[in-house]
Each structure stands twice: as structure tokens, then as C-alpha cells.
Design a protein around this ligand. Structure first.
Ligand code: AMP
Ligand code: GLY
Length: 431
């Protein structure tokens, strides 16, 4: 098969890596791709993945058999719809399905209709009503811009002052149109855990759970980031909890066929549904749904997949749930994100990266690239906030983690920063 993956992060490198392992993968393109995907696929740096006509044209010219859409923005833009209209098989929901991530208000309404456990909420279109509401609340609240805001639209406000500031920020246009509606939620407490599922034909095929580390610094301190590390499996999810989480994913998948999208549009859900769960005293509840693989969860989930990802993604895209068979290894996987100094704030790019070959040659180590690129003379350079995702695999958590950190020590670039406590929930790390 000729396959095109859209995206350029660590998630897309992990997806491309898993696809490339399949004997069925004949030609693989990644658009735009990064320094890591360049080694296993042909990068298409000039293709604008938000330009549907350009994506269709490229897919037709190259006779692509399957397009895999990595990030949420092209899904919300309706790139999957356009490809399907042109009879090109796509892994990724249509725009109406993608609204489960693209509009937090729509997503909450969807959950309320089918009684999915989640935080109580109210939505506002006007600043004074929103301010009155947060002033009337006791204790922390969560303020969310309705639309996509590159992960920056959510504030967990511990004080009324913080909540008011977050509300004003949204309505003053910090997130453009995404902040025209503001959703204010009850603040839930408990550990978070991600459960991703392949969804097609109204059925959900759950992957293995993973846990992300969202804060920038050790001990879950500092600002929220896109994710500084992850691990799988997640021992704090016991069997009963996992059953409850899987039941929610299956209920959601069934509802993609029974419910309507925004404005009564039809949902066509063939892709990944990402359940972001909080494990509260009252059981698992949904923090949010995403309509794509998680980053960096994918980097610890796909290395544990024993089934052929091409088979799975094709079955999803062609709506053949009966053809989906997932098997998983018992291995542990731990991912440590190497970031640029200053991330998630401003940071410099273009720093040469050293020691990668040595790290990659270590037993049980896979390195996925996030923000890297090759210079014209072939030197690997940093080109983003999250630079590399170093994954250790092993028979125990400790083995996987120690392999990941040993590989992290081999890699060097100016300003390299990373958390030294990934997986502390399972076992503290002693240096
Ligand atoms: P989201 O973009 O909706 O996933 O929110 C980002 C992060 O904010 C989540 O991973 C949680 O850590 C936190 N968060 C969002 N909603 C809530 C909530 N209702 N209660 C507590 N924390 C939340
Ligand atoms: N790791 C969080 C996300 O992918 O949204």
C-alpha cells in the first residue's frame, strides 16, 4: 500500500514507524514530516496539511491508498471529508465527528445527552454573565475556551481572581474565535489517565491505557505543556476501573452513529477517539475527548501493539470492524521528552543534536523525533519546543525507565531539558 501520514510531531513519527514495520507498507509519505520521519519515509515538507485541495491533489498524483491524519486541526477543518468525497480512504473522523474535540461545548452536550460521567458545566457567550458565575462559585473552577487553542485554552483557576482573569482573557480575544464561547466547569480531582480507542462502524476497540505528565518540571510543578513524558501500562487502573473506562469508550462509539454533529450534520467516525479520564472517588470521569492519537501517549502505546497497524487502520478507514484484531505485548514502555530550554515558553531553534546514533543502538530503546529537522548538509537540528521522545522498553517498569534515561544521557543539544521523574507514580527514581 501507498500510505500518506499528515503531521510532524513525535506522534506522527511513532505512527509512521509502526506503519513502516508492516510488510504491507510499500511506500510511505509523511507531510510535512520531521528529521526522524525522513529516515523511514519520504517527507513532503511543501504540502500544507490544512489545504484540502492540495492534499487531495497529492494523494491522487501519488495514487495513495490510505491517508492517516495525525493532528486535530486538519480533522476539524474537514480534510477527511474532502478526501472521502474523492474516494480516498482516510483514517480520521469527518469534521462533525472532530467537533468532539473542536468544540468543548458541543462535546459536553454530546456527553450530557448520553449520560457520560464528566464535570458539571455552564457555557457563556457574554463576559459579565461568565464573571458573575465564577464569582458565585466556591473553590476552584476550570475555564475553557470552546474551540481549538493549541492546548492553551484551559485554565484550572484556584482563586476567583484567576478565574476572572481567564474569563476576560478568552473574551478579549486571546484565542480568537475559539474563545467566543467560554465553558466553565466544576474542578474534578484525581489522577489522570488516557485511554485511546480505534472507532469505526459505531464500535470501539480500546488500546492499552497510558499516563501523560503534563507539567513542565519534576514533581508535577511548573506550567502545563503538551506532555513531558508518558508510560504504559498504568497499574493504578485496576480491572474494575478499566472496565468502566472501556464501557464509556464503547458507549461513545455507539453514539457516533446515533447522535448528530453540530447543526444536525452527520457524524462519520473512523479514526481514534482519545478518552482523557480523571479517576475520581466517584469513578472514572471524562476530562475531555480528543479525536486523534495522544502525544506523547502514542509513543508508549504503539510500541506495545503486536498487530499490524496497516491492517487495523485500513479496517477502520473502510468501516470493517469485524477485521480489527488487537494484540498487545506485556512489555513496559516509558517515554521521556527532551525539550528545548524555555519550553513551553519561548525557546531557540537550530541547535545541533549529538549522540543520537549511540542512543538508538542501545537495547530496548526507540527514539521518536518531534521538533527536529535536517539541515541542508545533513546535520540534525532542533526545530521545536519538544525535540525528541526517548522511549525505553523492558520487562519491568524499572528496566524500561532506566533504558530511557540511559539513552537520554547519550543525547546532547544546547539547552536540553527533561523531567527526571517520569513514572514516579509507580516507583521513584533514585539517581
Ligand atoms: P483539556 O485540554 O480539556 O484536557 O484540559 C487540560 C488539562 O486541564 C487536563 O488534562 C486537566 O489536567 C485539566 N482539567 C481540564 N478540565 C478539568 C476539570 N473539569 N477538572 C479538573 N481538571 C481539569
Ligand atoms: N497528551 C495530551 C494530548 O495529546 O492531548
Amino acid at each position: 500500500m501507498k500510505i500518506l501520514v499528515l503531521g510532524s510531531g513525535g506522534r506522527e513519527h511513532a505512527i509512521a514507524w509502526a506503519l513502516a514495520k508492516s510488510p504491507r507498507c510499500e511506500t510511505l509519505y509523511v507531510a510535512p514530516g520531521n528529521g526522524g520521519t525522513a529516515a523511514i519515509a519520504e517527507n513532503v515538507p511543501t504540502l500544507d496539511i490544512l489545504d484540502g485541495d492540495a492534499v487531495v491533489k497529492f494523494a491522487q498524483e501519488k495514487a495513495i491508498d490510505l491517508v492517516v491524519i495525525g493532528p486535530e486541526a486538519p480533522l476539524v477543518e474537514g480534510i477527511a471529508d474532502l478526501l472521502r468525497q474523492n474516494d480516498i480512504a482516510v483514517f480520521g473522523p469527518n469534521a462533525s465527528g472532530a467537533a468532539l474535540e473542536g468544540s468543548k461545548l458541543y462535546s459536553k452536550q454530546f456527553m450530557a445527552t448520553i449520560n457520560v460521567p464528566t464535570a458539571q458545566y455552564l457555557a457563556f457567550e457574554e463576559v459579565n454573565a461568565a464573571l458573575d458565575h465564577v464569582r458565585s462559585q466556591e473553590g476552584p473552577v476550570v475555564v475553557k475556551a470552546d474551540g481549538l487553542a493549541a492546548g492553551k485554552g484551559v485554565v484550572v483557576a484556584n482563586t476567583t481572581d484567576e478565574a476572572e482573569k481567564a474569563v476576560r482573557n478568552c473574551f478579549e480575544g486571546a484565542f480568537g474565535d475559539a474563545g467566543r464561547v467560554v465553558v466553565i466547569e466544576e474542578c474534578m480531582t484525581g489522577p489522570e489517565c488516557s485511554l485511546l480507542a480505534f472507532v469505526t462502524g459505531g464500535e470501539a476497540f480500546c488500546m492499552v491505557p497510558a499516563q501523560d505528565h503534563k507539567r513542565a518540571y519534576d514533581g508535577d510543578k511548573g506550567p502545563n505543556t503538551g506532555g513531558m513524558g508518558s508510560y504504559s501500562p498504568v497499574p493504578l487502573v485496576d480491572e474494575k476501573t478499566l472496565e468502566a473506562m472501556e464501557a464509556i469508550m464503547k458507549q461513545m462509539a455507539a453514539a457516533t452513529q446515533a447522535q448528530q454533529g453540530p447543526g444536525g450534520s452527520a457524524i462519520d467516525y473512523r479514526g481514534v477517539l482519545y478518552g482523557g479520564f480523571m479517576l475520581t472517588d466517584e469513578g472514572p470521569k471524562i476530562v475531555e475527548f480528543n479525536v486523534r492519537f495522544g502525544d506523547p501517549e502514542t509513543q508508549v502505546v504503539l510500541p506495545r501493539l503486536e498487530s499490524d497497524l496497516v491492517d487495523v487502520m485500513e479496517a477502520v478507514a473502510l468501516e470493517r470492524p469485524a477485521d480489527i484484531h488487537l494484540s498487545w505485548s506485556d512489555q513496559w514502555a516509558v517515554c521521556v521528552v527532551l525539550a528545548s530550554q524555555g519550553y513551553p515558553g519561548s525557546y531557540e531553534k537550530g541547535k545541533p543534536i549529538f549522540g543520537l546514533d549511540e542512543a538508538e543502538s542501545m537495547d530496548g530503546v526507540v527514539v521518536f523525533h518531534a521538533g527536529t529537522k535536517l539541515s541542508s548538509d545533513g546535520q540534525l537540528l532542533t526545530s521545536g519546543g519538544r525535540v525528541l521522545n526517548v522511549v525505553g522498553l523492558g520487562d519491568s517498569f524499572e528496566e524500561a525507565r532506566d533504558r530511557a534515561y540511559a539513552a537520554c544521557d547519550k543525547i546532547d543539544f544546547e539547552g536540553k531539558q527533561f523531567r527526571s521523574d517520569i513514572g514516579y507514580q509507580i516507583a521513584p527514581r533514585t539517581r
